[in-house]
Design a protein around this ligand. Sequence first.
Ligand code: ZN
Length: 205
Amino acid sequence: MLRPPTLFGHEAAGRIIAVGAGVAGWSVGDRVVANNSAPCFNCFFCRRQEYSLCANLTFNNGTFAQYLKVPAAIVQHNLLPIPEDLPNAIAALTEPLACVLHGVARSSLQPGQRVVVLGDGAIGLMFVGVLAQQGAKVLYLAAMSPACRWANNWGQRKPLTTASSDVPAVVRELTEGMGADIVIEATGIPAVWSWRSPVPVQEQR
Ligand SMILES: [Zn+2]
């Protein structure tokens, strides 16, 4: 998305210490979460309300710093107030959690469906939590770190499997050869996107 050298970090929550000229509706002292980008509302995709595909996204990189100047487009469209009882560390995860909720909604999940989650970063782990909460049977989490132990505490009946060199084969084994109902790809690695469906295509008669 961005060409190095660039600033790091793009999730942030904190307190407003100064308000720019022309900013309305926010005051010094307000606690806010600044989401990581804002669409232009004017390009080919924005005009079709496909904002995640916007060609001219404004980014909010640099949130690893203690102080941050939030770009105007994000102040205007993607700055949210934080409820009094919500800690900053959790509020900062608003945008990734929203992505996960959106993904689960678009998957048309039905209770009891068998789901495979590929990737155990923050997004993959949040998927496991939300899917379990919504009644999915999460069969498998392709995990690369001890973080998958956390996922086991999120409503899973049996421990999730960790990384394997042949994930489609493991999924076939877990599903009597039928494959999962839903697969969540949360690695961002192109090679993973191209893994074949474990179900062989039957001949047409
Ligand atoms: Zn756009």
